[in-house]
Ligand binder design. Structure first.
Ligand code: NAP
Length: 246
């Protein structure tokens, strides 16, 4: 069997490692957005497929027998393309998606918003100094509303868009630790944290730090995934799904 894992997440790397250990032929696909990505075990291909048609062609040419879409919860276009292409090519598809965050630490309440523009609007209205942790591709939604305002931005690679000179840019990659997150937010006098509902433990310390410091949190909610695709939340379940198809 030939498995294609749509990756870019820790869960995708864990799944690939399990499949390699079980001697299952696996190729992980990465979008190529990050300059020096953490590479999974097994084969890797990098770059977009060229839309639904390109992915269909890839599935056919590569005789792919199963696909696990383990992309980030906010990689919505890739998830939609995988659902369409796999249905068209009759290739079994599983979605591996870590659960979203549900409850704020302590007594804190999060401010949920539907999308990035609503997040930008929320922080613009608040007047507090934002800490933007929404990924570099989302920053253009904030540059206009927050032009001339102070903001702290943390991304893995330098953003493609020019940032206002009043913003402070930090290039770094997790994992992040609670004590460091508290110190960072304190040092930069962060007044509001902006995040996507990425879920998982990897970036959770910033949520704990915000609760400790009493910093309000704006959380961008996820969109609903394609409803007809079976979804699991942990790599072990995705591995079992693949192994059952051997
Ligand atoms: P997206 O908006 O859903 O996808 C845009 C296009 O990028 C897709 O149509 C596809 O191009 C290409 N693409 C996305 N994921 C791909 C993959 N794994 N392999 C090959 N092509 C891929 O995706 P995104 O939000 O930019 O995310 C890109 C990658 O970063 C994903 O692998 C995702 O897991 C990872 N990531 C995303 C976030 C986030 O917040 N969005 C956070 C952490 C990691 P074609 O149409 O040409 O095929």
């Amino acid at each position: 069997m030939r498995v294609l894992v749509l990756g870019g997440t820790a869960e995708a790397r864990e799944l690939a490692a399990r499949l390699v250990d079980a001697e299952i032929d696996v190729t992980t696909s990465l979008a190529g957005r990050v300059h020096r990505p953490r590479l999974p075990r097994g084969s890797v291909r990098v770059g977009g497929f060229g839309g639904v048609e390109g992915l269909r062609r890839y599935l056919r040419d590569g005789s792919v027998t199963a696909v696990v879409d383990a992309t980030h919860p906010f990689a919505e276009q890739m998830t939609a393309h995988a659902a369409t292409a796999c249905a068209d090519e009759r290739v079994p598809l599983l979605r591996l998606e870590r659960p979203g965050w549900t409850t704020a630490p302590g007594a804190q309440r999060w401010h949920w918003v539907a999308d990035l523009d609503a997040a930008a609007q929320a922080v613009t209205g608040s007047g507090a100094r934002p800490f933007l942790t929404v990924g570099r591709q989302a920053l253009d939604r904030f540059t206009g509303p927050l032009a001339g305002r102070e903001a702290l931005v943390r991304v893995v690679d330098a953003p493609a868009v020019p940032l206002p000179s009043t913003w402070t840019l930090r290039l770094s990659r997790g994992p992040y630790h609670y004590d460091e997150e508290v110190a960072l937010m304190r040092d930069h006098r962060v007044g509001v944290l902006v995040t996507k509902d990425s879920g998982g433990g990897y970036t959770w310390p910033k949520m704990q730090a915000a609760a400790t410091l009493g910093v309000p949190v704006v959380v961008v909610a996820r969109q609903s995934p394609p409803s007809d695709v079976m979804t699991v939340s942990v790599p072990s379940a995705a591995f079992a799904w693949v192994a059952a198809r051997r």
